[in-house]
Design a protein around this ligand. Structure first.
Ligand SMILES: NC(=O)c1ccc[n+]([C@@H]2O[C@H](COP(=O)([O-])OP(=O)(O)OC[C@H]3O[C@@H](n4cnc5c(N)ncnc54)[C@H](OP(=O)(O)O)[C@@H]3O)[C@@H](O)[C@H]2O)c1
Length: 343
C-alpha cells in the first residue's frame, strides 16, 4: 500500500478565495465531507484559505480511508471524524471549537427516497435539526448548507425533505441570530457528482446504449468552480438568512446523452415516479424576496429587508430549466471537458 502524501506548498494558490476575516485561521467542519461537494470544498479550503483544520464528518470508514489516500489531501490540516448526522452527541463532539460548518450530508437519490421516505426524513430533516442544535450548542459562527432545485415546489420525497431542511435552517437563523447564522446554497445538478446521470451515461455508453426516462427533460448543470464561487460568495456577502442560487446553464437530457456519445443508442424508459420534466431553481412564491445579481440570485428570509444588491424581479419570475437558454451539443461537450469528463 502506498503512503498518503501531502500537496507541495508551491501547488497552493493562497488566498484566491479567502475566508472572511472573522473566520481566518479557524476550524471548519464539513458534514458529508467525503462526498463530491465535500471534496470540492476541502480542495478549496486547503489550497486557497488559511483554515486551521478541516474536519470531515461522515459515516463510511472506507470513504474516509480513500480520502486519506488521495494525494491531493493535506493530511496535516484535514481530519477524519466518523459520525452520522442522526447522532447529535457525536455532532457536538465534532463541532467543539469549530467556527464554520458546511452541511452537505444528505440522502440524495430520488428513487431511494421514494422507497424509504422515513430514512430520507431522518437524514435530511432530523439530521439537519441535529446540525442546527449542535452548531448553536457549540457556538459555531456560520453554517452554510447545500440545497437543490428539487426543494423548489417539491413533488418527491427527496425534494420535500430538502424543502423542510431549508425551512428548518431559515427558522434557526431567525431564532438564533446572536449565536449562529444559517445560509443555504441551492443549485442544480453538480456535473460528475457521485451516483449521478453523467457518470451513468459515460458507463452505459461504453456498452453502446444509454437509458433516458424522458428525452425532452431539462436540467441545470453546475461545475466545481462555479459551485465553490457560490459557497464563497455566500460566506462573504451574507450575514445569515439567505439562499444563494448560482445561475447555471440548462440543457435537454438527450442533448447531454448525445454530447457524451453521439454513436451510442438512446433507449427511452418513460418518466419515473418523483421525476420532474423540468426543474425550478426559484419559485414564483419567492419572487418578492429575490434579488437578481446576474451570475446568481439571492433570496432573503425577510421580504421587507432593504437590499441594494442586483435588481428586483417581476412577481411572476421563476428560474426554470426549460425557460433558460439551452446548451447545444458542442457547448455541453466543452462543459464536460472542462470538468475533466467525456464519453
Ligand atoms: N449532486 C448534485 O447534483 C446535487 C445537486 C444539488 C444539491 N446537492 C446537495 O449537495 C449535497 C452533497 O451532494 P453530493 O452529490 O456531494 O453527495 P455525495 O457525493 O453522495 O456525498 C454525500 C455525503 O454525505 C455523507 N452522508 C450521507 N448520509 C450521512 C449521514 N447520515 N451522516 C453523515 N454523513 C452522511 C456521505 O458519506 P457516508 O455515506 O459515508 O456517510 C457523503 O460523504 C447534498 O446535500 C445534496 O442534496 C447535490
Amino acid at each position: 500500500m502506498s503512503a498518503p502524501t501531502s500537496p507541495t506548498p508551491d501547488s497552493k494558490d493562497k488566498n484566491a478565495r479567502p475566508l472572511p476575516e472573522k473566520l481566518c485561521g479557524k476550524r471548519i467542519l464539513i458534514t458529508g465531507g467525503t462526498g463530491t461537494t465535500g471534496q470540492h470544498l476541502i480542495q478549496w479550503l486547503q489550497s486557497e484559505t488559511d483554515a486551521e483544520e478541516i474536519i470531515v464528518y461522515s459515516r463510511d470508514e472506507q470513504k474516509h480511508h480513500d480520502l486519506q489516500l488521495n494525494n491531493g489531501i493535506d493530511l496535516s490540516r484535514v481530519r477524519s471524524f466518523i459520525g452520522d448526522v442522526r447522532d447529535i452527541d457525536q455532532l457536538k463532539v465534532a463541532m467543539s471549537g469549530v467556527s464554520l460548518v458546511f452541511h452537505t450530508a444528505a440522502m440524495k437519490h430520488v428513487h431511494l427516497a421514494e422507497e424509504h421516505p422515513i430514512e430520507a426524513h431522518k437524514t435530511n430533516v432530523l439530521g439537519t435539526r441535529n446540525v442546527i442544535e449542535a452548531a448553536i450548542d457549540c457556538k459555531v459562527n456560520r453554517v452554510i448548507s447545500s440545497s437543490t432545485d428539487k426543494a423548489v415546489d417539491p413533488i418527491n420525497v427527496y425534494g420535500n425533505t430538502k424543502f423542510m431542511m431549508e425551512l428548518e435552517l431559515m427558522g434557526a437563523d431567525r431564532e438564533n441570530k446572536d449565536v449562529t447564522r444559517f445560509d443555504i446554497v441551492r443549485h442544480g445538478n453538480l456535473i460528475g457528482s457521485r451516483g449521478s446521470v453523467i457518470p451513468l451515461f459515460i458507463q452505459q455508453a461504453k456498452a453502446g446504449c444509454m437509458t433516458l426516462t424522458y428525452p425532452a427533460m431539462t436540467r441545470f448543470w453546475i461545475g466545481k468552480e462555479e459551485l465553490i464561487d457560490s459557497f464563497h460568495r455566500c460566506l462573504m456577502e451574507s450575514e445569515g438568512g439567505e439562499i444563494h442560487v448560482p445561475r447555471s446553464p440548462a440543457c435537454r437530457i438527450d442533448v447531454l446523452a448525445t454530447a457524451i456519445d453521439a454513436e451510442a443508442d438512446q433507449e427511452v424508459l418513460g418518466i419515473r415516479a418523483g421525476e420532474k420534466k423540468h426543474e425550478v431553481l426559484t419559485s414564483l412564491h419567492e419572487s418578492s424576496r429575490l434579488r437578481d445579481c446576474g451570475t446568481h440570485l439571492v433570496i432573503r428570509r425577510e421580504p421587507a429587508v432593504k437590499d441594494e444588491r442586483g435588481t428586483a424581479v417581476e412577481d411572476d419570475f421563476q428560474l426554470r430549466s426549460d425557460l433558460e437558454p439551452q446548451l447545444e451539443i458542442a457547448q455541453m461537450q466543452l462543459l464536460l471537458q472542462s470538468e475533466g469528463l467525456s464519453g
